[in-house]
Design a protein around this ligand. Structure first.
Ligand code: AMP
Ligand code: ZN
Length: 115
């Protein structure tokens, strides 16, 4: 737990969030500024600033997150219609919260290429 990290504080329930799914390793909650009708963030409970900081021995956590996304998409009713998963990493990506998080977008047609 990193005390000054908003996503660590959401994971520990110190800050409120609309939680969609949680287990012992990860938490999924709705984005506060949604960019699509469905915009949910999925984070590990453990703090890693970005994908670049995940040690090789902890990469199973990413597999765990990805394995749960279809069920989270189903809970948000976008599994059949389709959805997009985004993992911003570092300055050029636009990452601005430095606690690893996947974005799940759905509920509208996505544009390609992304901006
Ligand atoms: P990124 O630009 O990839 O770092 O995305 C960070 C995301 O976190 C943005 O989409 C924000 O809207 C979202 N966000 C920031 N603070 C909160 C919060 N307290 N609860 C939910 N989502 C948040
Ligand atoms: Zn954190």
């Amino acid at each position: 737990m990193k005390r000054d990290c908003i996503f660590c504080r959401i994971a520990s329930k110190e800050l409120p969030a609309k939680i969609v799914y949680e287990d012992d390793r990860i938490v999924a909650f709705d984005d506060i500024r949604p960019q699509a009708p469905v915009h949910t963030l999925i984070i590990p409970r453990d703090h890693f600033a970005s994908l670049n900081e995940v040690p090789a021995g902890r990469m199973d956590l990413l597999q765990h997150i990805l394995s749960k996304i279809p069920a989270i998409a189903a809970a948000k009713e976008v599994k059949a219609g389709g959805y997009r998963v985004v993992l911003n990493t570092g300055p050029d990506s636009g990452q601005d919260v430095f606690h690893l998080h996947f974005h799940l977008f759905g509920g509208r047609k996505m544009h390609w290429p992304p901006g």
